[in-house]
Design a protein around this ligand. Structure first.
Ligand code: SF4
Length: 974
């Protein structure tokens, strides 16, 4: 045979052979495959061989076959975990919590399963484990991975002392746990798969296993467990069963080819070897019609490239999607692939496990659980933390359910800096924003453990009835499958936790749910004979296709990196014939070559990028094809996407008609009611004209950031407001604006309470007591010290009169200035002055500064310089306040002294608040603003004139240091 087109699929050959051999007696035959999927394809091929109606043979997977031979029923996974936990507690006589047990319980369960499937004598194994421990007290036989598992085990087990002693104790107890686990399940008439297989194999060994099967054919097996091997041989020798191997001479006859490792062993076996043909098929020696390696940058790029390729193939005559398979060793590429399928592929079938944790529904439930776990308070006082709450409000489910409501709450929380939100408020939002019924269910606080599952099930019902489905995965079928799986698992968890008399805390239950779901996969298994087949590697067993497209051909993805945890070290695994990682490599190698041996067109994709998940190194299988198989028509290409960065162009906004119209908002002559430009707006304009445009003209909102910890802005607000309230209350209570030295004892006593109130207000809880946590405790202390220092300075300065606090905030004390424009019209400037006081005829205009500001002003001119480093922004602001107050207090024409209470210098023994004007020997304390007022006023006039000059655009600053802290830097690409 020279042409691959003449090669038939293994299952078709098998169907032909059995039809010939058994004819009308096919109904008496039982065909056993490694999995159910092979049976479905086999049935299709068989129907093509039969011309008149006959009874179909019985088709079983190997698990079903064992199930039929054993009187024991396999318990579901959760029941096994709980039984193992009970066994552990009985054997150890320990009241260990289920939570701590759960992780390593899973590891133990897998180990026990293998011990039984490979018919290992548990007493011998556990005895040697213990003995080895005693000899190797430093555990130097352990691999790093095993050490890690054991380390995690002890961490989970909660043993803080005597780790080594306890380590040997667990090995001493293993045999007891193993036996008790089996007994506990048996008391319920149940077992686990490994024990069931052992029971059948031991009955076979003792020749007591009876069979109701007439003729059995085992087809397509490779790596048998010892229990399977024993039973197969028993059926061959006792009942004349047949074994049909699916193999190729290429890997069976080459002793170095790992793909043939198991088959070479069976070929030499007295019983199994007799089913090997004298002349092994040699299909891999024949070159496929086309074979190509395609390197693609990044994992998702492979899915895109394959989508394009499928479009080309599907338009070629003779291409049958049902004879094509896409194999995905990396399940994460399933959805990228589904999104990349061309329209010409009208139907497809997914046959693989997909992790539930990758679904949108899981992320939704994760956020819900985080919300419930992080809540505080009870009943009507329950509050949710903003973090999980915001994550939930931004989840696509809530955005779809009622986008306005979700956005309303997100804005509320961010806009008012609320760290905690009452559940009751969320459940019954006062604002009428459409349907809120889901919120009543969702934000219902979980108070008791036994409510968890009902709560989750109710949420799932809501999701099913009201929320979106992703259309792209086949009209929502995929979502229905998710929902169903979640529903089943939560129900099961509820049943089982109710049956068990375990005291599970809410946290434990939630962790249990998470662990369970994280490890679960959705068994996509629709009608597997329709359309393009999309499969995991394991699902391809026994199946053959003309076209094989395989993604993720990279080391550590295919073959996969060994990552299985076990309590049984490598040397004991080897010694007792338990599977090891090198055997896992042999299994994947067989799966790969078996899929290749009858394919006519092969396209194997690999990722060329070195990322954290993939090493970027092409799989060893690609190298083997290139150097060992010697296929002459092998083509290789690497798809590159040259990246060309478009040059970043400068941004400049001209003052056109529309822009100038927007700027009319500060024109006092056009609309006297409007507010004016603030000192910070002018400061921004001096720093960067474009930033001013974004913020004040275009009103592009800076992104709101939640501030769990006090940042610079909050720090300033708290200090300003605490000082304002402190002095204002003093003024109100004493009925006098006079502040005398003796007032300070009381003022200082009140500082802490005033600061607490400001914290509560800033964090959106004005009426409740603020809980200081973490860094906020320190921040409060720092603010207290600063306020005390200010009071200390004021005490020494007293007596003085308070003239005003936060002047300009109250509309009745309107603090503004109007500047004439050269082209006519007036521009209004506004300001709020922190504090104005008076002593001996000197009016101090005080600004509190919590940043790094100093008081040096080289010249009035320097206040308008555009380079951020030279300009003293605090002084510019204070000068402007001086001007504003001069305008405000016009009739009295007072002696104004602008000053800064700046944190940077407050603690210095010779602190004084006045600005220092001039350079070198010309330096002097500025105690009378009138000496500089006209120069400053002229500079301000020029600045405003420039701002309204249509020929000066809003352009970008040259000072890139400013860009690094600018909220609009993404727009500017800086
Ligand atoms: S990123 Fe730089 S140039 Fe752009 S607006 Fe901000 S400060 Fe101006």
């Amino acid at each position: 045979m020279n042409n691959k087109s003449e090669v038939s699929p293994f299952l078709l050959e098998l169907a032909r052979q059995l039809a010939v051999d058994y004819g009308a007696r096919l109904g008496q035959v039982t065909v056993v495959f490694p999995n159910r999927r092979a049976g479905l394809f086999f049935r299709k091929y068989l129907s093509q061989q039969i011309e008149k109606p006959i009874w179909s043979p019985e088709i079983l997977s190997i698990e079903e076959f064992f199930d039929r031979l054993s009187p024991l029923q396999v318990a579901d996974h959760l029941s096994q975990v709980f039984a193992l936990f009970q066994a552990f507690r009985d054997a150890k006589q320990a009241q260990e919590s289920f939570d701590k047990f759960f992780y390593w319980g899973e590891v133990l369960l897998r180990d026990f399963d293998e011990v039984d499937k490979y018919l290992v004598n548990p007493d011998d194994l556990f005895y040697l484990l213990k003995a080895q421990k005693e000899i190797e007290s430093k555990y130097d036989y352990l691999t790093d991975e095993q050490r890690e598992v054991i380390g995690r085990f002890w961490k989970n087990y909660g043993n803080q002392e005597g780790g080594e002693r306890s380590f040997s104790t667990i090995w001493e107890a293993l045999a007891g746990i193993y036996r008790r686990f089996g007994d506990l399940l048996a008391e319920e008439g149940l077992t686990y798969e490994g024990r069931q297989h052992r029971w059948v194999a031991e009955a076979a060994k003792e020749e007591t296993l009876s069979s109701s099967f007439e003729s059995v054919v085992f087809a397509g097996f490779n790596a048998l467990t010892l229990a399977e091997e024993t039973v197969l041989k028993y059926f061959v020798t006792q009942f004349g069963a047949r074994v049909v191997w699916d193999l190729d001479a290429y890997y069976v006859e080459d002793p170095l080819q790992e793909a043939g490792e198991f088959l070479r062993k069976y070929k030499e076996d007295r019983v199994l070897g007799r089913f090997f043909p004298d002349n092994l098929p040699n299909q891999l020696a024949q070159t496929p019609d086309t074979v190509e390696f395609v390197g693609v940058p990044l994992a998702v790029g492979q899915a895109k490239a394959l989508g394009n390729e499928l479009e080309v193939w599907s338009n070629q005559p003779g291409f049958d999607p049902e004879r094509a398979v896409v194999v995905l060793p990396d399940e994460n590429l399933l959805f990228p692939l589904l999104h990349s399928l061309p329209e010409s592929i009208s139907s497809y079938n997914v046959t693989m496990g997909y992790p539930l944790r990758q679904t949108l529904l899981y992320s939704f439930l994760e956020h819900v659980l985080a919300l419930q776990q992080g809540k505080r308070g009870a009943k009507e006082q329950t509050q949710y933390s903003y973090r999980p709450l915001l994550a939930l409000l931004r989840h696509p489910f809530l955005q779809h359910y009622n986008p306005e409501l979700a956005q309303f709450w997100a804005r509320q929380i961010e806009g008012t800096n609320r760290l905690w939100v009452l559940a009751e408020e969320l459940k019954h939002s006062k604002k009428p924003l459409g349907n809120q019924a889901f919120y009543e269910v969702l934000f219902n606080p979980l108070q008791q453990e036994n409510q968890v599952f009902d709560y989750l099930l109710t949420l799932l019902r809501y999701v099913r009835n009201h929320l979106p489905t992703q259309r792209e995965e086949g009209g929502g079928i995929v979502e229905q499958e998710y929902l169903y799986q979640f529903y089943v698992q939560i129900n099961r968890l509820q049943d089982i936790t109710q049956q068990q008399t375990l005291d599970l805390s809410l946290d434990t239950l939630l962790r249990l749910f998470r662990t369970l779901i994280r490890n679960m996969r959705i068994p996509f298994s629709g009608e597997p004979l329709n359309g393009l087949q999309i499969m995991g590697v394991l699902e391809t067993r026994n199946l053959d296709f003309d076209h094989v497209f395989m993604l993720s051909m990279n080391e550590e993805t295919f073959p996969a990196a060994p990552n299985r945890s076990s309590f049984i070290p490598f040397n004991l695994r080897k010694g007792f014939g338990l599977p090891t990682f090198d055997q896992a490599d042999a299994v994947s190698s067989y799966l790969f070559y078996r899929l290749l041996q009858r394919a006519r067109h092969l396209q194997l994709y690999f990722n060329t990028e070195d990322t954290s998940q993939m090493k970027g190194e092409p799989s060893r299988y690609l190298l083997q094809i290139r150097y060992e198989l010697g296929w002459k028509n092998l083509k290789e290409r690497v798809l590159a996407h040259p990246m060309e960065l478009s040059p970043v162009l400068p941004i400049s906004v001209a003052k056109d008609h529309e822009v100038l119209a927007r700027m009319e908002r500060w024109r006092a002559d056009l609309n006297p009611q409007l507010k004016g430009l603030t000192p910070s707006a002018l400061s921004t304009y001096l720093a960067c004209r474009l930033q001013f445009y974004f913020k004040y003209v275009a009103s592009i909102k800076e992104p709101d950031e939640m501030e769990e910890m006090v940042n610079a802005r909050l720090f300033g607000n708290i200090l300003h407001n605490a000082l304002e309230e402190l002095y204002q209350d003093h003024w109100d209570l004493s009925g006098s604006s006079k502040v005398l030295p003796e007032h300070f004892v009381k003022l200082k006593q009140k500082v802490s309470g005033y600061i607490d109130r400001q914290f509560a207000a800033e964090f959106g809880q004005p009426d409740s007591e603020f809980h200081f946590e973490g860094r906020n405790v320190l921040v409060k202390e720092v603010i207290m010290q600063l306020v005390y220092q200010i009071l200390k300075y004021d005490e020494a300065y007293a007596p003085f009169n308070l003239v005003g606090l936060e002047i300009g905030r109250d509309p009745e004390q309107d603090l503004f200035l109007e500047i004439e424009l050269p082209q006519g019209g007036k521009v209004r400037l506004d300001g709020i002055i922190d504090r104005i006081d008076e002593k001996d005829g000197v009016i101090r205009v005080i600004d509190y500064k919590t940043g790094r500001d100093d008081k040096q002003v080289p010249s009035v001119e320097s206040l308008f310089e555009r380079t951020g480093k030279k300009r003293n922004k605090a002084a510019f602001q204070t000068f402007l306040y001086g001007l504003l107050y001069q305008e405000f207090a016009k009739p009295t024409n007072p002696n104004i002294a602008p000053g800064l209470y700046n944190a940077r210098e407050m603690f210095s023994p010779d602190f004084q608040p006045h600005l220092i004007l001039g350079k070198g020997s010309g330096k002097g304390v500025l105690k009378d603003f009138s000496t500089v007022a006209s120069e400053f006023s002229a500079g301000l006039g020029q600045l405003i004139a420039e701002l309204y000059d249509p020929s000066v655009p809003f352009d970008q600053t040259d000072d890139h240091a400013l860009c690094s802290i600018c909220a609009y830097r993404k727009i500017c690409h800086r």
